[in-house]
Design a protein around this ligand. Structure first.
Ligand code: BGC
Length: 821
């Protein structure tokens, strides 16, 4: 289609939608601009508009309910996806999300999260792609395209500078215009300009003094410069004022209460907000409805799904693509035939984190742990397991296989919502003991007590710490006896965090393995905020036995000594990384460093697998044979890990963010606002740019990662094209097996008159080649990648060096290009 035809078609569509808007009363229009409930928008039958269902995202699609009876595919988290450095994987990831969305009746996916890894302490680091804006932008645009070509709306979020969690609702980010444009806005720009995102989510925080939902940035550059014609949806409860309606905020979520409603109608009558502004918002909402097929008479605008993909198989492939091998003395890949015993060690080996906590959570039908995956990959080999160190903090849900519902006689638990007189308002039968309600039929806001009943069969004799995680007071009954009445108070002022990462309490109970306990928890919620009155999260479960850490390590050492190979899976837990709070440090929780050192001393053939969503310190990294960073690998994590360990698949990842040897070395660390302000004083120097400027060496540089083969690169040729330059880099697999390489191009400018990073990423390409074969990395470097922001994009004329290699610290090749006047 030519540009002129496209513009004519857009204008004609605008007219049709405009006609529809003109048939609505002001009250109707304003109603449409606040959600109908937690996840849906209002339908309007007389114009053929059905409700639209919106769902988190971004690593799978949860759907309307948070419930094990309606499971979703759990894809690897964003840091694993970005480690692939592969836009094709990101597009397929988006497509799988869209197919999941369609299966669940979801019209809009709340993802991708494309804030930056400004500090490794950022609590939602696992959910965002990278410290680099270009890598983030390429993957964001690809993800959005994959979602939307299947007729589902994507929502790049959170616009903008929402790169930390402390005081996230109120913090004011002070950031210069240059850093804003060159770093924090860049991925939003690409997702909008290139992939025409149908929505963008405004953030909670303020930017330079104005909260995001009222900020001029919603108009300029988003709409006025990038041509965004979609819906600015708020983060949940981020609209706080009529001023947001006067700004370019379109839709306030959730509903039905909110600051707009009657007050907005009155503001229009008073002339504070123009009706034209309301019409524009409604027209955008209707355009979205047309795009997702929610508006009768506009079927010509809707996109039918084009992709088919086996989501579970993709989850396995993507997890392997996201594994970054950062150290290997030759032990990997393991030769299955020569290994007779594998000792698998670590809490996360048995109970892996396959996703981060908070709103990104989905409930998969099943999860393959590293232990499961390794056992399946070594069917004829002895695989032993030792815990080594407890990583869990607080209670975790009861194993579903150990729960028996006394009411149905089947597996699971019986749950009742009781009023103040003890009468049942609602009952349900569940198969899990972690219950989260944001919407649905359960009368969460009305219930005085939620009662959870199951017959639980322990697998261990001795003291059991039975309890719950939730904000409120619970009475715990075992075999009809009250064993404890305990209250858990929220430690967080953030209502969302109080819900999604609640405090936990427990009481000691004597148990005998195999002997069932009748367990009843009667829980009275303590409602912390009106906005979450109708939401509830309650996990009934068990705390880990923290006793005698030395003997746990000693047993792991014994197992390692007796094995040919030890695989230690270390990682974080939900208290360390989640939404709603930042991390307090980069060290691994609990006694895991000590565990790795002891195991490595016992067996030189030790592989450490890092199951964390963000960088951790690895003080033992030179003492082990191999280190594999796997992030949160999704539901097929264990299978993917085993594929990589035995070499059925290449460890496809390269680090999307610098990993420090020690926290003290990290140049940009601070995530704590002072007097409500977080100043991004480092300007354009975050991530590897800051490391280079400070002249410090990290443990593992940005872009680094090993495969199982060797490569040679070059010579580079460069040709000009209309928009910049195309570099062609012959990339030869000089080893003995097929592999993947990520060729990276960084720009540098000697003697610049402008303050610049030492070097910055301007393009990259994935090459896959068989042994002995030369592939070609074709890297497009747009001219804009050499521009800087000074009240507009400006070009410093003259020569730039383009450095080519396989990480920011390994750039053996270079060419020069010239920016003319
Ligand atoms: C998060 C968003 C999420 C929304 C809905 C908010 O607390 O910041 O990322 O999409 O909740 O769950």
């Amino acid at each position: 289609m030519t540009d002129t035809t496209a513009m004519e078609e857009a204008a004609a569509l605008g007219d049709r939608l405009g006609d529809l808007v003109s048939r609505l009363t002001l009250e109707d229009k304003v109603t449409l601009l606040t959600g109908r409930d937690f996840w849906t928008t209002w339908p309007l039958e007389h114009i053929g508009l059905r409700r639209m269902l919106i769902s988190d995202g971004p690593s799978g699609v949860r759907g309307e309910v948070w419930d094990e009876r309606s499971p979703s595919i759990n894809l690897p988290s964003a840091t694993a996806l970005s480690s692939s450095w592969d836009p094709e994987i990101a597009t397929r990831y988006g497509a799988v999300s869209a197919l999941e969305a369609r299966r669940k009746g979801v019209d809009v996916v709340l993802g991708p999260t494309i804030n930056l890894h400004r500090s490794p302490l950022g609590g939602r680091h696992f959910e965002a792609f990278s410290e680099d804006p270009v890598l983030t932008a390429e993957l964001a645009a690809a993800y959005v395209a994959g979602v939307q070509r299947n007729g589902v709306g994507a929502t790049p979020k959170h616009y903008v500078a929402n790169d930390f969690e402390t005081e996230r609702h109120t913090a004011d980010v002070r950031v210069g215009d240059r850093a804003l444009h060159e770093l924090y806005l860049l991925a939003f720009e690409k997702a909008v300009v290139q992939s025409r995102a149908w929505l963008v989510m405004s953030a909670y925080n303020s930017v330079n003094g104005t909260t995001a939902s009222e900020n001029d940035l919603l108009e300029t550059p988003l709409s006025s410069e990038w041509g965004f014609d979609g819906v600015v949806i708020s983060d949940w409860t981020a609209v706080r004022s009529i001023a947001a309606a006067a700004a370019s905020q379109d839709l306030a979520m959730p509903g039905p209460e909110g600051p707009w409603g009657d007050a907005l109608v009155a503001a229009v009558h008073a002339g504070t907000v123009t009706e034209a502004a309301i019409d524009r918002k409604v027209q955008r909402l209707l355009l979205l409805a047309a795009r997702v097929g929610a508006l009768a008479g506009f079927e010509d605008v809707a996109t039918e799904p084009v992709d088919t993909e086996d989501g579970v198989a993709f989850a396995r492939e993507a997890a392997a693509e996201g594994c970054v091998l950062v150290g290997n003395d030759g032990l990997l890949p393991l030769d299955r035939d020569s290994v007779s015993t594998v000792a698998v060690i670590g809490h996360n080996a048995r109970e892996a984190r396959t996703q981060g906590g908070g709103s990104a959570t989905v409930i998969p039908a099943s999860v393959i742990s590293p232990l499961d995956g390794i056992r399946a990959a070594f069917p004829d080999t002895a695989v032993t397991y030792e815990l080594g160190a407890v990583v869990q903090e607080g209670v975790v849900q009861l194993p579903p296989s150990a729960m028996h519902n006394p009411v149905t006689g089947g597996p699971g638990a019986h749950v009742r919502f009781l009023d103040g007189d003890g009468a049942a308002l609602y009952t349900e039968d569940r198969f899990a003991s972690s219950l989260v309600y944001f919407s649905g039929d359960a009368p969460v806001g009305e219930a005085a007590v939620i009662e959870f009943v199951t017959r639980y069969t322990p697998d261990h004799t001795g003291e059991l710490l039975i309890g719950f995680a939730a904000v409120g007071t619970g009475r715990i009954f075992v075999d009809g006896e009250l064993v404890a009445e305990v209250a858990a108070a929220s430690t967080s002022k953030d209502a969302g965090a109080a819900l999604l990462a609640p405090p936990s309490v427990s009481a000691a109970v004597d148990a005998v393995a195999g002997q069932p306990l009748d367990l009843r928890v009667a829980f009275a919620p303590h409602r912390t905020a009106e906005s979450t009155r109708h939401a509830l999260s309650l996990t009934v479960g068990i705390e880990a036995d923290q006793s005698d850490p030395a003997s746990k390590i000693a047993r792991a050492v014994e197992a390692a000594e007796a094995a040919d190979v030890a695989v230690v899976v270390v990682g974080t837990n939900a208290r360390v990384e989640s939404e709603g709070y930042d991390r307090v440090g980069l060290a691994l929780p609990c006694a895991q460093d000590e565990l790795v050192r002891a195991v490595a001393a016992a067996n030189p053939r030790t592989v450490v697998v890092v199951n964390a969503g963000s960088p951790i310190e690895m003080p033992w990294r030179h003492e082990v044979a191999a280190v594999l960073v796997t992030y949160f690998g999704g539901q097929e994590y264990g299978n993917a890990l085993a594929d990589v360990l035995v070499g059925d698949r290449e460890p496809g990842g390269r680090l999307p963010t610098t990993w420090a040897a020690e926290q003290a070395d990290v140049p940009v660390l601070d995530v704590t606002p002072r007097d409500g302000v977080l100043a991004y004083d480092e300007g354009i120097h975050i991530g590897y740019r800051a490391w280079l400027r400070a002249g410090r060496e990290p443990a593992y540089p940005f872009g680094a990662g090993l495969g199982y083969t060797t490569w040679s690169l070059g010579p580079v040729t460069v040709v000009d094209d209309a928009e910049g330059w195309v570099l062609e880099v012959p990339t030869t697999n000089t080893g003995h097996r097929a592999g993947k390489q990520v060729v990276q191009v960084y720009a540098a400018r000697a003697d610049s008159s402008i303050e610049r990073p030492v070097r910055w990423l301007v393009g990259f390409a994935v090459v896959r080649a068989d042994a002995g074969v030369t592939g070609t990395a074709r890297v497009h470097v747009p001219r804009r990648a050499l521009a800087h922001w000074a009240d507009g994009w400006r070009y410093e004329t003259g020569k730039f060096t383009l450095q080519v290699g396989t990480s920011v610290a390994d750039l053996p090749l270079a060419v020069e290009v010239e920016v003319g006047v």
